[in-house]
Design a protein around this ligand. Sequence first.
Ligand SMILES: Nc1ncnc2c1ncn2[C@@H]1O[C@H](COP(=O)(O)OP(=O)(O)OP(=O)(O)O)[C@@H](O)[C@H]1O
Ligand SMILES: [Mg+2]
Length: 339
Amino acid sequence: MQMDLKQTSPKPTEEDKTLDQTLRPKIWEEYVGQEKVKRNLRVIIEAAKKRKEPVEHLLFYGGTGLGKTTLSYIIANEIGVNLRITSGPAIEKAGDLAAILTNLSEGDVLFIDECHRINKICEELLYPAMEDYKLNLILGRGPMANTMEIKIPRFTFIGATTRIALLSSPLRSRFGATFQLDFYEIEDIERIIQRSSRILGVQTTPDAIKIIAKRSRFTPRVANRLLKRVRDFAQVEGKGEITKEIVESALGFLEIDEEGLESGDRRILEVIIKKFEGGPAGLQALAAATSEEEDTILEIYEPYLMQLGFIERTPRGRTATKLAYQHLGMKYPGQNALL
Ligand SMILES: Nc1ncnc2c1ncn2[C@@H]1O[C@H](COP(=O)(O)OP(=O)(O)OP(=O)(O)O)[C@@H](O)[C@H]1O
Ligand SMILES: [Mg+2]
């Protein structure tokens, strides 16, 4: 089923990882948009620098591809410390975490992606590490077990998650500040495409940038990926320059419509409209009817369809809006008008 969301799924593919690296902003000036988050972070960093203390622990949450990892790179760079990157599922045992923490240097940033997936044992080990920079290790088993306290360097923990609701509240409460990354303004996505075009050394006309931006799900990673796809088309079918015509033919070929929807998105809308008579459709029922994972619906499809105003979430489930019917060229039934 992943097939359907190949081009516009904000989740990183193997190919994206290289692209992410090439295009990832390294300083504040390059990080487009999210002005409020940037302003607050700069204050927090400056204040910590003045106090000569490590920056407090930070939590970033928001959809995939919106710039959480990028922020952690910039922060470490800005403070002038090392960045150690790992992820919740990668830390399997208490020993793994202990090894990471004891190997940090004073002031380093430890970035843990998908921090809602840190296992319970490791999470509990993190609490005193975050609060008092110490590790309480249990040595041995049963009645002979002993605890050992180890001091670790003062560090900054940056956690990132796409699913804030799955984060335990004890962990959540130990972050000094929490930031939500939201979808980008369309003008910001245009600026990101401009910047990426420059870095990739490809000529892109202003109207071509506008069209790519509009179909990028308000998400930097998707914008960069579409730009790269379109560049390939421009090289093969055109003279290398990315023009409006090239973009339209490339994105048409890739079946990405004017609103950035792919067949997977459209199928969700169609199922709500046809199978559930416009809704409400519960998450489980919708997942079963579309053969999609519930998580994929929650994390990928739904946020964007809601952002466009194509679906609404009610306590009883998802409903398709008039805009969704119009987008699919279907007649909006009058009796649902009051929903
Ligand atoms: N504010 C921004 N300005 C310019 N480019 C950005 C910005 N945010 C993200 N990008 C681009 O999008 C790519 C993806 O961003 P990033 O890896 O930080 O997302 P993420 O939120 O960590 O996603 P995931 O949840 O999948 O880990 C980056 O490599 C970068 O090129
Ligand atoms: Mg990331």
